[in-house]
Each structure stands twice: as C-alpha cells, then as structure tokens.
Write a protein that binds this ligand. Structure first.
Ligand SMILES: Nc1nc2c(ncn2[C@@H]2O[C@H](COP(=O)(O)OP(=O)(O)OP(=O)(O)O)[C@@H](O)[C@H]2O)c(=O)[nH]1
Ligand SMILES: [Mg+2]
Length: 268
C-alpha cells in the first residue's frame, strides 16, 4: 500500500476506465481551482493506458495519488476501494468526481461550502440553477424520469438522485457502511443516498452545470439502468411499512456521538 502522507484533509476520488484523453485536463483544473484537496485516481487497468498516465501524474505531484486495480469491476467497487484508501489515511472529507469533465472542478467549492453544515452534499442538475449541457433529450428524460421514479419509490425528497458529483464527511461514509453497498453502476449513487437518508443524515443539494463528455465513451448501459430500476423497486417495497409508520432513524445524533467519541479519544 502507498503510504504517502496526506497534504490536505479533503480527498477527491476519480474512478477511471479508458479516460486517457480526459485525465490530465480534469486533474489540472482540479489542482488549479481547489488548492486544498488531494486527488486519488482509481483505475481498473484501463486498456487505453489511463493507469500508466495516472502513475506519471502522481509521480510528479504530491497531491495526486493513484490506486491500480486489476480488472474492470464497476464504479461502485472503485469508490469503495477509494474510500477505504482515504479513510485509512485520515481524510475528513471525500468527493466523488467523474474523469470525463461532466463534473466541473471549478464548482467544487459549492459542494464543500455546503458540507460545513451537511453530512452529504449532492451536486444537482435538477434544482433551480442546475443544468445539463449538450445532452440529447433522450438522456435528459431518462435521468429526470429515473430521479422522479426513485424519489417516489423511496420517498427521498431530493431532485437529483442519480448524480455522481457528491461530497461526504468521513463520518457520513462510515455511517452508511459503504463497504456493503453492492450496486455496481450508477445505482451505487442511489444506494448510497438511500442509506444516508434512512440513517437520518443531513443531505443538501447545490446546483451544478453538468457538461456531457467530449472525449471517450460513456459506460452507461441498459444493464446499469435495469439494475437501478430493480433495486429501487425492491428497496421501495421493503421500506413501505416503515414509511407508513413515519419511522426514520435520527443518525445525525449517532454521527455527532461518533465525532465526540473520536475527539475525546484524540484528546486523551
Ligand atoms: N475504475 C472504474 N471507473 C469506472 C468504471 N466504469 C465507469 N468508470 C468511471 O466512472 C466515471 C463515470 O462513468 P461514465 O462512463 O462517464 O458514466 P456516466 O457518467 O454514468 O455516463 P455518461 O453520462 O454517459 O458519461 C468515469 O470517470 C468513468 O471512467 C469501472 O468499472 N471502473
Ligand atoms: Mg459521465
């Protein structure tokens, strides 16, 4: 394991699969616009050499790190590995960001500012001020329809349920027990949000401008969409009895207790 000490307390995790044409640019923009974050690229042995490029970038800069995995295993698995890596090194805030330029590093401060009084912050395309650039109507309909379906099925009062530009406190990640999130594709994002919501975490949405990728290929597939619909329906049905009973745990209290306990153990 790479034992490089961290330079900052915020880690931006960027999963990559065949993002060679995008990676240098996104990292350069991130380092420029967010001077107090470190970066972790989690590459699944991309055939196009993205992992090798990430190693070159990491060798040239203290704030850039890379985690190489042996085979393509989905976005969720990449994030789980990235969170493990960062929590083991004591990072206190985590950001999820795609490598394809859809999540603009210049808007990261919006998410981190809101994290001051939230446990989870969602970069949102579908709140006032949020938008999508260069998407065909078909993608917009699918994304908004998916969010609407998940909102109704799960009862989560959030506009953008599938978005992948997010920030979490370390305590929030520990609370949602991300290691046991089995969803693979973007359903990972719904799964994480569902767990955060049912745990009573403070969830905020901030508007972002999502820009469709220019280079490389999307990894969206019909399998990923089917996984999301199936899982959301099952969770929705399972959660129905407790929704009817209005039974939502207040884990903000648990989080505060965990924080106090940790501060106490550091002090003693
Ligand atoms: N490590 C790793 N990264 C992945 C995998 N699948 C996707 N990614 C990365 O996850 C991010 C999001 O994937 P995209 O292909 O952009 O998928 P998407 O954003 O849902 O779809 P589009 O909106 O069409 O771009 C990108 O940085 C991908 O390179 C995977 O299996 N392993
Ligand atoms: Mg994308």
């Amino acid at each position: 394991m790479n034992a490089t000490p961290r330079s900052n307390d915020t880690l931006v995790v960027i999963p990559t699969y065949n993002e060679r044409e995008n990676l240098s640019d996104i990292i350069a923009r991130l380092l420029r616009s967010a001077p107090t974050v470190d970066v972790l690229v989690v590459d699944d042995n991309s055939p196009d050499g993205t992992g090798a490029l990430a190693s070159v970038l990491a060798a040239g800069h203290d704030r850039i790190n890379v985690l190489h995995r042996t085979e393509k295993d989905g976005l969720g698995a990449a994030y789980r590995a990235g969170f493990d890596w960062g929590l083991a090194r004591g990072y206190e805030r985590f950001v999820e960001m795609d490598a394809d330029g859809s999540h603009q590093p210049e808007q990261l401060s919006r998410l981190l500012d809101r994290l001051e009084d939230s446990d989870v912050v969602l970069g949102s395309r579908w709140v006032r001020g949020g938008s999508v650039e260069n998407w065909p109507l078909r993608r917009s309909v699918l994304s908004q329809g998916g969010s609407l379906y998940a909102r109704i099925a799960l009862g989560i009062p959030v506009r953008d349920i599938t978005g992948g530009y997010r920030a979490f406190t370390a305590d929030a990640l520990r609370t949602v027990d991300y290691q046991n999130v089995l969803s693979r594709g973007y359903c990972f994002q719904i799964d994480m949000l569902w767990r955060a919501y049912t745990a009573g975490l403070r969830i905020s949405e901030v508007p972002i401008t999502f820009v469709e990728r220019v280079h490389g290929e999307s990894k969206m597939s019909s399998g990923i969409v089917k996984e999301a619909i199936l899982r959301v329906t099952v969770w929705g049905l399972r959660g129905l009895p407790s929704r009817i009973a209005g039974d939502r745990k207040n884990a903000a209290v648990t989080i505060r207790a965990a924080r106090v306990a940790r501060e106490h153990s550091h002090a003693s």
